[in-house]
Design a protein around this ligand. Structure first.
Ligand code: ASP
Length: 524
């Protein structure tokens, strides 16, 4: 079976197994019930969330069953480990916030549940530390972790050797300048298209207007503000060996590799030849390792998907549905209309053939939520299935994995404006035109500065929120639904990198791109 079908089958199998585990096992931090999707609102204030199903009675031993939670009870407040040093409490204004709280805090201990139905009363439940779900998920988590580590291991060597080989291979003269201009031209254009699309859709759909998020609207507005020049400053490593030690320092390694490759081309014949040969040989070996890890992709994808679906389920998504739909719609239009049009018009390549050829990279991106982790697969797929030359792919793809994130760019924009709309509709914030312009610029920069790792986009969102002087706790709420969105935006990020590689390759005069979808016959 061809690799992409195999990955697809394992991916679907992962969804089914994950859903099965969701249904049959208890979540960590569960209080043994399911909740209604919306809170109960009295006079405009959320007073609690109604229990719609009781899945397990978790009363501590010796308690009378009259204290148990019932369908129809309205939960007002949950306190975990009351009176102890690790006490944590949440007012249950929104089901999403409550679920996120329980998943974070509820690993063990006892929860006091305050109820408001039939007069105020409270009851106790025992939180299950080794929930049956975590026991079932443990082997998948372990195997998924091994797969991720194999990919992580390859990131730094790949970025370093591929960029140095790529830049040195361009010869430093006009080729370098032309390829650089084309690549960055593509990155900047598509990122701005993405942010613009996000801004238009979030203003049309207005998902945040009057949303019931349960965030306190008088939280701290206007906290620290971030200096955007910082992204530029941090690109330059103080100690390049230090930069190699963390996968999050990718921009620094790229900066060093670009310079190093460039100066190889300026060196006299002898060192130039030694270094070019050395890095080419090293790149060849790392790519062989990547091909080897590629064989594991279907099984790695399966374990990752079981873990993600099993841990998250679908319940947390409902209150944030409009927001998620807006992000998804923008991602679909960008990936399904804007980028294919560019590919067709500028690169003269059939988008259908290209998406088929690139499918292993796209599915790896979807299941790992990380452009950087996908890089070994992206390079391998570009070369073997896309027939893009080494010269182009090893320049465009590693840069793109860190710098070019269209999905992240539009997500930043929608997420921030969504929260701003929420606070604006509560009357605490004015969403002016200049604030929206700030969001556009900030979302663009954030997509460049975000590392290609899971949830990096959400972390970058904090800097935009503080630039707008909005409270940061909104981003914590978005964390509850971040993973599925991250999977989709990472797929779009990687899709854009491959489209960019194809367009640059076509403009550089390469032919036969994506012509046969087979896994064999790599160009030399
Ligand atoms: N996970 C994304 C990526 O690696 C970054 C993000 O969180 O938006 O491409």
């Amino acid at each position: 079976m061809q690799q992409h079908w195999k990955i697809m089958v394992w991916l679907l199998a992962g969804v089914l197994v994950g859903l099965g585990l969701q249904r049959m096992t208890e979540a960590p931090g569960s209080i043994g019930v399911q909740f209604a999707a919306e809170p109960i609102v009295v006079d405009g204030n959320a007073v609690g969330i109604q229990i719609t199903r009781v899945t397990a009675q978790l009363l501590p031993k010796g308690r009378s069953t009259s204290e148990s939670l019932q369908v129809g009870d309205v939960v007002r407040r949950v306190v975990i480990n009351a009176g102890m040093a690790d006490e944590a409490a949440v007012d249950t204004d929104s089901p999403a916030a409550l679920t996120a709280f329980l998943q974070k805090e509820g690993a063990g201990g006892v929860a006091t549940i305050e109820l408001v139905s039939g007069g105020k009363r409270s009851t106790l439940v025992e939180l299950d530390p080794d929930s049956s779900r975590s026991t079932w998920l443990a082997p998948f988590r372990f195997l998924a972790d091994i797969f991720m580590r194999l990919l992580k291991m390859l990131i730094m060597p790949l970025v370093l050797t591929s960029i140095i080989t790529g830049v040195a291979g361009l010869g430093g003269g006009s080729d370098f300048g032309r390829m650089g201009r084309r690549t960055f031209g593509y990155y900047v254009t598509t990122s701005f298209f993405a942010v613009g699309l996000g801004l238009i859709l979030v203003n049309l759909i207005q998902p945040g207007n009057g949303a019931r998020l349960g965030l306190s609207v008088d939280a701290d507005f206007g906290q620290r503000s971030e200096n955007w020049l910082d992204i530029l400053r941090r690109m330059i490593p103080e100690n390049v060996f230090g930069a190699f030690t963390g996968n999050a320092n990718m921009l620094q390694v790229i900066f060093f590799a670009l310079l190093f490759g460039f100066f190889i081309t300026k060196a006299p014949e002898k060192p130039k030849k030694i270094l070019t040969d050395l890095f080419e040989a090293a790149f060849d070996i790392v790519m062989r390792m990547a091909s080897w890890v590629m064989k594991l992709v279907p099984y790695g994808v399966f374990c990752l998907i079981v873990k993600v679906v099993g841990e998250t389920g679908f319940d947390v998504f409902r209150p944030l549905g409009a927001y998620m739909l807006t992000v998804m719609l923008a991602l679909i239009i960008h990936a399904g209309v804007v980028l294919p049009l560019l590919l067709k018009v500028v690169g003269k390549i059939s988008p259908i053939a290209w998406v088929r050829a690139m499918s292993p990279a796209l599915m790896t991106a979807f299941s790992t939520s990380s452009s950087a982790l996908t890089l070994p697969t992206t390079l391998n797929t570009l070369k073997k299935r896309g027939k893009v030359s080494n010269r182009t792919s090893s320049f465009v793809a590693p840069l793109g994995a860190t710098v070019n994130m269209d999905g992240t760019a539009l997500y930043e924009c929608i997420g921030v404006v969504f929260l701003a709309q929420y606070y604006a509709s509560a009357g605490n914030f004015e969403l002016t035109l200049s604030a929206q312009v700030t969001v556009v610029m900030a979302a663009f920069l954030a997509s460049i500065g975000a590392a290609g790792i899971p949830s990096a986009g959400l972390v970058m969102m904090l800097t935009i929120l503080s630039a707008l002087k909005l409270p940061l706790e909104g981003a914590a709420l978005l964390l509850a639904v971040d993973r599925p969105l991250d999977m989709c935006r990472t797929t779009v990020n990687v899709w854009s990198d491959t489209v960019g590689s194809a367009i640059v390759a076509a403009r550089e005069g390469e032919t036969g791109l994506a012509e046969s979808g087979s896994d064999q016959h790599a160009p030399s």
